[in-house]
Unconditional design. Structure first.
Length: 136
């Protein structure tokens, strides 16, 4: 088993019940633990009416949603790069993540920023997007 597959199975194991299925709520937590953050509206339309998800069905949903979100990551950063430099200010990113959409708390943002490796208060979001795409 490769490291990604091991990571997926481990995440599934954390959130599944004793009968090896995820509830709809735990499906959302499972997806988020793998770096896919669907909105509540998106989750409501996923397999509408289904209340439990086994590993295979959860992975199909993860694969579909992660493919949908890959190009959006870079586009989202580009919106805030008004000078087209490939960089975004850490303070601006922190403000965005605590203010808009489904917000993050400071500990989550600190963890993200550590991975982004800011230099002089700025993040190279093209490089960071590649990191996110590779590992999440």
């Amino acid at each position: 088993m490769n490291s990604k597959e091991n990571r997926y199975k481990t995440a599934f194991g954390v959130f599944c019940s004793d009968d090896k299925v995820l509830t709809r709520t735990n499906l959302a937590n499972f997806l988020r633990s793998l770096g896919v953050s669907p909105t509540k509206a998106k989750l409501e339309i996923i397999d509408k009416g289904v209340t439990q998800f086994n590993y295979e069905s959860a992975m199909k949903i993860y694969t579909k949603l992660s493919r949908e979100s890959e190009p959006d990551i870079l586009k989202a950063f580009e919106v805030f790069d008004t000078d087209c430099t490939g960089y975004i200010n850490v303070s601006e990113l922190r403000h965005i993540l605590t203010t808009y959409g489904e917000t993050f708390d400071n500990s989550e943002i600190d963890a993200m920023l550590r991975q982004a490796e800011p230099v002089d208060g700025k993040i190279n979001y093209v490089k960071y997007s590649k990191f996110l795409k590779k590992y999440y």
